[in-house]
Unconditional design. Structure first.
Length: 260
């Protein structure tokens, strides 16, 4: 597949963008580890949609703007990003940190959204339901805790990491700490505004998620009117990686079923 890699200046910030496919736009917002490369699930979705994968301001190849202080800033940035690309009826998909950004965007405005898919998003706190602490886990602990299938974790841990990749990983970690250190990976005010989301919404979670327990999925479902929760069996925090085929078919079916 011909994947176009470009940079784009939006809100006085240069960001890296990967894009491929055609059809309805699907904007994917990545998690804390960034989006350094085109992954298989992206290619599979690009068989059906115009898939757009930016790197958040502060992450990877993108600049770190002076205005970046919190997740709300990224939500407003992506509203500008959608306008800059002149996108309409966007299918917004976000995982973990990216799911948090997507939810914050949607409570501000759904004018240009067709659907919303939240994949194990951060962003809220459920009393008595403890999250994992990515700031305290070692690289090996984090990698192993992201997956139920430890073969995937072992493959990731064995992969060589270049000096450039180490620099990007450090940059990403600093950005995540700035955005989600205190309180840990949530906005105390988000939950009370999730009722404003008025587009078809799908919430996806892995039943073995050690970072954000699947009980959070039920909380998001109950807070977003008309939303639907689907739990993936034998799956951790990254369904789009660990259960890529099921993820693609589930998301594609949801989006296509929501078309007017």
């Amino acid at each position: 597949m011909d994947v176009k890699e470009t940079t784009l200046r939006v809100t006085d910030c240069e960001v890296g963008v990967m894009r491929a496919g055609q059809g309805m736009p699907l904007l994917f917002l990545h998690g804390a580890r960034g989006a350094p490369r085109w992954l298989p699930f992206m290619g599979a979705l690009a068989q059906r949609f115009d898939v757009i994968v930016p790197e958040h301001p502060g992450f990877g190849r993108s600049e770190t703007p002076e205005w970046l202080d919190n997740i709300g800033d990224l939500a407003f940035f992506y509203l500008d990003f959608i306008e800059r690309l002149e996108l309409e009826r966007v299918n917004l998909v976000g995982n973990s940190l990216g799911g948090w950004i997507a939810a914050e965007l949607a409570v501000r405005s759904t004018r240009d959204l067709a659907t919303l898919t939240l994949v194990a998003p951060a962003g809220i706190h459920v009393k008595g339901q403890q999250k994992g602490d990515i700031f305290m886990w070692s690289r090996e602990q984090l990698t192993r805790n992201l997956f139920v299938d430890q073969k995937i974790a072992e493959f990731a841990l064995a992969a060589p990491v270049s000096e450039a990749e180490q620099d990007q990983n450090l940059k990403n970690a600093l950005a995540v700490a700035k955005l989600g250190w205190q309180p840990r990976l949530y906005n105390p005010h988000l939950a009370k505004w999730l009722h404003r989301i008025d587009v078809p919404t799908l919430v996806l979670w892995g039943d073995g998620d050690k970072l954000i327990p699947p009980t959070y999925g039920a909380a998001f479902r109950d807070l977003i009117p008309g939303s639907r929760l689907e739990i993936f069996e034998r799956c951790g925090h990254l369904p789009h990686i660990e259960r890529a085929d099921k993820f693609v078919s589930t998301v594609a079916s949801f989006i296509e079923g929501a078309r007017p």
